[in-house]
Design a protein around this ligand. Structure first.
Ligand SMILES: Cc1ncc(COP(=O)(O)O)c(C=O)c1O
Length: 370
């Protein structure tokens, strides 16, 4: 089976973990954690990096920091990971779902402007599948309207928009280091902030509200969301080859797009560039345009040894969304269309050009284009 992704681990990544193991630096309070935080914050142009157990808990803490109340509204794209929705819902605030652009698959400023009300308190901006969102404009919009901006840069490590690093736009930005991310620690994540208060409070929140003076007296019921030293040592090594990871992904993504160039009426490919941002192809997604049944196509590909993943299912259609937030007028046609017809195909160091040829040949056969 050609896997849809495989973590790409170099010999130096493995040695870095072994070295840490020999140094006994395995817990979440090891000095290597701080090293990883400092290096990540530097690369993402932020004052503070707070290592955390995964990208979902990073979002969770980001929203807990905002002190939102019932009735407050948070605008977020419907086409994204469920973690975004749970983080908003757990604050008691109301999620207001935005559609996404049919070409970039990102929420853009025109979608957000329409959703602003006197109750809007925050915007959650997510960079999708390796292409940056309209980050400069969304940040300006938030500043003008006095809204918090939370930025999820899990899928955009190393990406740049308007000359600024993705991960440096949000009042609070978050990263995931899950095994399919451009920098991985297996499981893991990071909160990125410039504010000293946010940094200090999130450190308390992810560490059971331990306090140095009276260790086992706790003023708040918080969580243990610490990352381990072994994970940090993998991340520290991985982050050194981020540029190479991205350049490999770009050449594979462009190669797929080239192979599919004659089939634009049947298959929508990711944009290779938008608004001067080059796609980094965190994943290579395609959307079926000819009415072909996605499940049938992906089952067919699976039987030919090619693993795929469906696109995100829109958040406004999730069974887990409480009734009170479901709105019948809430039709988000682009999110719904790509959620139903999109899937991604294997990309990464584990596949060769021959594999890519084989994959596209079979995609085309499965949709009867050949
Ligand atoms: C945009 C985005 N945010 C958050 C997450 C959640 O990260 P994790 O799997 O580390 O919890 C993911 C996971 O893939 C993601 O793609």
């Amino acid at each position: 089976m050609i896997k849809v992704f495989e973590p790409s681990l170099t010999l130096s990544d493995k040695l870095s973990v072994i070295r840490t193991l020999f140094n006994n630096n395995i817990s979440g309070t090891s000095p290597i954690i701080e090293e990883f935080e400092t290096e990540t914050a530097k690369i993402f142009n932020r004052k503070h990096g707070i290592a955390i157990s995964n990208g979902s808990t990073a979002l969770e803490i980001a929203f807990q920091l905002l002190d939102l109340k019932r009735g407050d509204e948070v605008i977020l794209p419907s086409f994204t990971i469920i973690s975004c929705l749970s983080a908003v819902l757990r604050t008691g605030a109301t999620p207001i779902f935005s559609d996404v652009d049919s070409n970039t698959w990102n929420m853009d400023i025109t979608h957000i402007e329409k959703l602003l009300t006197p109750n809007t308190k925050a915007v959650l901006m997510v960079h999708t599948y390796g292409l940056a969102a309209d980050a400069t404009k969304i940040k300006d919009f938030c500043e003008t309207n006095n809204l918090f901006l939370v930025e999820d840069a899990a899928e955009a490590h190393g990406q740049i928009e308007g000359g600024k690093k993705c991960g440096s736009f949000g009042d609070i930005s978050t990263l995931s280091f899950y095994a399919n991310k451009h920098v991985t620690t297996g499981e893991g994540g990071m909160i990125l902030v410039d504010s000293d208060q946010y940094s200090a409070k999130s450190r308390q929140m992810i560490n059971l509200d331990f306090n140095n003076n009276e260790r086992f007296k706790h003023n708040n019921l918080y969580w243990n969301y610490r990352l381990s030293g072994l994970q940090a040592s993998l991340g520290l090594s991985q982050i050194k080859h981020l540029d190479k990871t991205i350049s490999n992904k770009i050449s594979q993504g462009l190669y797929y797009t080239n192979l599919l160039s004659e089939y634009a009426d049947l298959i929508q490919c990711p944009l290779s560039e938008f608004d001067n941002v080059k796609n980094h192809y965190w994943v290579y997604g395609i959307v079926l345009k000819n009415g072909a049944n996605r499940e049938k196509v992906t089952d067919d590909l699976s039987s030919r040894g090619i693993q795929t993943r469906p696109f995100f299912w829109p958040l406004h259609l999730q069974n887990s969304l409480p009734e009170e937030f479901k709105r019948s007028e809430n039709k988000l046609p682009n999110a719904e269309f790509i959620g139903k017809n999109g899937f991604y195909i294997p990309i990464g160091n584990h596949i060769s050009k021959n594999d890519q040829d084989y994959i596209i040949e079979n995609v085309l056969e499965s949709i009867n284009a050949r």
